[in-house]
Write a protein of this length. Structure first.
Length: 334
């Protein structure tokens, strides 16, 4: 910094103002300092700056699983939003959301010098383990049933399931069968509860739930079971990957989609429009979830009081060719 100051003919304080982007430097002086920086190959020392300011421009992420589509899209959107705000992220995967593992994750993050933490552990175990989070550290919880006094950001799971179920009922189907995500999943629970509540509100029977694991293989197995039942004319799968397995099973069993059975998914993954037939699904904006999560955490880091109000990002039904009017006479020998 002293070398840059000599080269530009300014004080070290002026170089500091330029390197930190402060506005109280006239344009000619700023350009002279920047030219000196380029000439001398000067790079601001972020570690030294962090020691002075107490901020590291680094956000921690604790995540339960890297295998699910939703979690990976959420992580991607958080990384993009963090980079746009001038922050990096440090990811700590957690195999099992227990007190011990999450405590270790926080310990590892503290060694990485983070300014705040985002928790993406959507399993009920986070609640049940009575996990204690370090006091004074800004925290935002994403897609979880946690009952802590931290900001929570999530897709409006209940709204999405209601839109999917009502869409099928509006097409004339007597009821809607549901293939759920895992029992420990908060997202799966909210979608399952909303599906059942919507059927009850409309005075329709609530069929037994088939529980899957988010995979296309689980959807395929459930689809084979449902394809053997001629009364099944509408299926709401809790995610697009399971819906893909359902489409395969119905095709193999000779049940046409949507002439015999309508299928709706949830996620609106990029490939959904290329399924055959293209999949009607619920779109959730992972980009908005990431943006809200990062902005809420940065607000806390910068001194704003933590909010206990949940942010629910709206969903949207995307109608494609996999859903259609209920058949007048379901094929008894299908």
């Amino acid at each position: 910094m002293a070398d840059v100051a000599r080269e530009a003919g300014v004080s070290g304080q002026t170089v500091s103002r330029v390197s930190t982007g402060r506005p109280n430097v006239d344009e000619d002086t700023r350009n002279r300092v920047l030219a000196a920086m380029r000439k001398l190959g000067y790079r601001p020392n972020s570690a030294a700056r962090a020691l002075r300011s107490g901020h590291f421009r680094n956000l921690g992420v604790i995540m339960f699983t890297l295998s699910s589509f939703g979690n990976m899209r959420t992580l991607d959107s958080i990384a993009v939003a963090a980079a746009a705000a001038g922050y990096s992220i440090t990811l700590i995967p957690v195999q099992h959301p227990t007190q011990g593992e999450v405590t270790v994750a926080f310990s590892r993050l503290s060694e990485q010098a983070v300014d705040g933490v985002m928790i993406i552990i959507e399993a009920h175990a986070l609640d049940e383990a009575d996990i204690e989070l370090p006091p004074g550290l800004p925290v935002v919880v994403v897609d979880s049933s946690a009952r802590y006094q931290y900001p929570v950001v999530d897709t409006d799971q209940a709204e999405g399931a209601r839109l999917a179920t009502e869409h099928l009922l509006d097409l004339g189907h007597d009821t809607v069968w549901h293939i759920s995500g895992p029992v420990h999943s908060y997202s799966a629970e909210r979608r399952r509860e909303s599906w059942a509540e919507t059927l009850t509100t409309h005075g329709r029977p609530v069929p037994d739930v088939i529980v899957g694991d988010w995979s296309s293989e689980a959807g395929y197995r459930a689809g084979l079971e449902l394809a053997a039942r001629p009364e099944v004319t509408a299926i709401f799968a809790a995610n697009d990957q399971m819906a893909l397995g359902v489409l395969r099973a119905l095709h193999e069993r000779g049940r046409a989609v949507p002439a015999d059975v309508s299928v709706v998914g949830f996620d609106d993954m990029d490939e959904s429009k290329s399924f055959w037939p293209p999949l009607t699904t619920v779109h959730q904006s992972f980009e908005e979830v990431g943006r809200h999560t990062v902005s809420q955490l940065i607000e806390e880091i910068e001194g704003a009081p933590p909010s206990s109000v949940s942010v629910l990002v709206p969903t949207e039904l995307v109608v494609r060719a996999s859903s259609g009017p209920a058949p007048r006479h379901p094929t008894a020998d299908a």
